[in-house]
Design a protein around this ligand. Structure first.
Ligand code: FES
Length: 406
């Protein structure tokens, strides 16, 4: 006789065994167990042991891979190396090894779980009718009992080794997912290398900071020139000798209402104009300047009548050279290149989230999510007529962080 319609008191429920509650639960849920068969009805079946051993092997593989991932993540030489630098091969292996070990850890864990369900849990086909509305107390109790029952019927409760391995593999896999977040924790004050075109590794330095060390820095445009390909006696190779990627800019190179992206070029790396030497090889240094992530600057030549209306920020009154203004190209929102300059409105637009900055108003944000002005680079023209930096940025470039004052 079905118990479905019977109302149960608290005491009656408390008096029922887990098995009775589980059976009641299936009935209350309108579940009909159509078929159920133990995988290994006879205890100590060698086939069962073989199946369990196979699953344990997958779990051991998962644990070892997760440990390898964590070991590589923490101890592998991950610091960026440029082409030709010692240790480049090890650095190049870092990401593939992380991917490989994390992949094996999750794949092996997945295979172990699937094998466990297929080989050790009882085969069962159950059918349930759909219910509407919230569950009452009896349902909640019986569901707990059903979960307890599944734990028992899963046979996991008596497989201590597998329990440990499964728990270990799950915890380690959790660490594989969480540990990489640790890479976001960085000491912002730690210098990672000597000051060069890339800054010194801190957030407030860039190639323009070299000016503070007495280096004369030209504003240079990227010509896009690439190294030349040669077939020689010793085989094919590229030569960078005499190839000048960055060239100096003069004010007259830019039309009124125009904008040009420029990068810092140290006097010692100049190889253009009257200083051109076909034997000189400055290509690599030029590429470092272009790749320096806070180096890009927008050189804007305002229309003369607009420039008369420009408002300078206090302390930056002499940062411009006539109608020429140089603003960092790195958006103060989250660092996209603010590449679009509209001469009609004198607005600089960042295409990522549509922040707009007013070029007539010291790069102040006038629309969108950016809250800080684009840092302005002090510029002038040297005795030979080339545009040069008059100093470094006086505030950190790019998105806001705690070191910023403005
Ligand atoms: S990065 Fe420029 S608006 Fe978001």
């Amino acid at each position: 006789m079905s118990n479905v319609n019977k109302k149960y008191t608290d005491d009656e429920l408390k008096g029922m065994s887990n098995e009775e509650l589980a059976t009641l639960g299936t009935e209350l849920d309108d579940v009909t167990v159509a078929f159920r068969k133990e995988r290994f009805p006879i205890a100590g079946d060698p086939a069962e042991k073989r199946a369990a051993r196979g699953i344990n092997i997958w779990l051991v593989i998962s644990v070892i891979s997760a440990l390898a991932f964590l070991g590589i993540y923490i101890f592998w030489p991950w610091e960026f190396k440029v082409h030709g630098e010692e240790g480049l091969i090890w650095h190049n292996l870092y990401t593939p090894l992380l991917g490989l070990t994390a992949g094996i850890a999750i794949t092996a864990l997945g295979i172990a779980v699937v094998q466990f369900v297929k080989k050790l849990m009882p085969e069962e086909i159950s059918v349930q009718r759909r219910h509407d509305g919230p569950s009452d107390e009896v349902d909640r109790r019986t569901l707990t009992a059903l979960l307890n029952d599944s734990w028992k019927t899963s046979t996991l409760g008596r497989r201590k080794t597998m329990q440990g391995l499964l728990g270990g593999a799950a915890v380690l896999f959790g660490l594989v997912v969480v540990a990489p977040l640790g890479g976001m924790i960085k000491d912002p004050w730690r210098k990672r290398h000597d000051l060069n075109y890339m800054g010194d590794g801190t957030l407030w330095t860039s190639g323009w900071t070299l000016h503070e060390k007495g280096v004369k820095l030209y504003l240079a445009r990227d010509t896009g020139t690439i190294a030349e390909f040669h077939e020689g006696e010793s085989g094919s190779h590229y030569t960078t000798q005499g190839v000048s990627r960055l060239v100096r800019v003069r004010p007259e190179d830019l039309a009124a209402g125009g904008m040009e992206t420029v990068f810092p070029l140290a006097a010692s790396d100049v190889n253009d104009g009257d200083l051109y030497d076909p034997q000189k090889d400055v290509y690599e240094n030029h590429m470092h300047s272009i790749h320096g992530n806070r180096n890009a600057v927008m050189l804007i030549r305002l229309r003369h009548q607009d420039a008369q209306k420009a408002i300078e920020r206090e302390g930056q009154e002499d940062f411009h050279y006539g109608d020429y203004y140089a603003y960092s190209k790195i958006c103060t929102h989250i660092g996209c290149p603010t590449s679009l300059y509209e001469a009609q409105t004198n607005r600089i637009l960042c295409p990522c989230h549509q922040s707009q900055f007013d070029a007539l108003h010291y790069g102040k944000p006038v629309f969108g999510p950016a809250a800080r002005a684009l840092p302005q680079l002090p510029i002038t023209v040297d005795e030979e007529g080339y545009l040069v930096a008059q100093g470094n940025f006086i505030e950190p470039v790019g998105p806001a962080f705690w070191e910023r004052k403005s």
